[in-house]
Design a protein around this ligand. Sequence first.
Ligand code: FES
Length: 106
Amino acid sequence: MSVNDNSQSNHISVKIKSPTQVLDFSVRNGIAFQGLCAKHKTPIEFSCREGDCGICCIRVIRGAENLSEPTKIEKDFLQAMRADPDERLACQTRILGPVEIEADYL
Ligand code: FES
């Protein structure tokens, strides 16, 4: 499925995979995952939205360099959880270029 925010340029491609679907979005450069997920139904779940609970953890398949740098809160949380290097907290992350991620909550 492909979903477009609008027809403006300066949009980037975001692919979100889950065990049951693959979603393609064209979104404004710099949008936060929280913003994308507020506009569109995705498999990414949020709870605290402050980097405290980890429910929004995603795995980056491609384009890790196109995500915002981890905040101190995110770094501290992921380190405490012994997260893999390709895991990020969606609630703390902005999308700065094409990216492909996996959200697996099943
Ligand atoms: S929603 Fe709780 S850490 Fe992201």
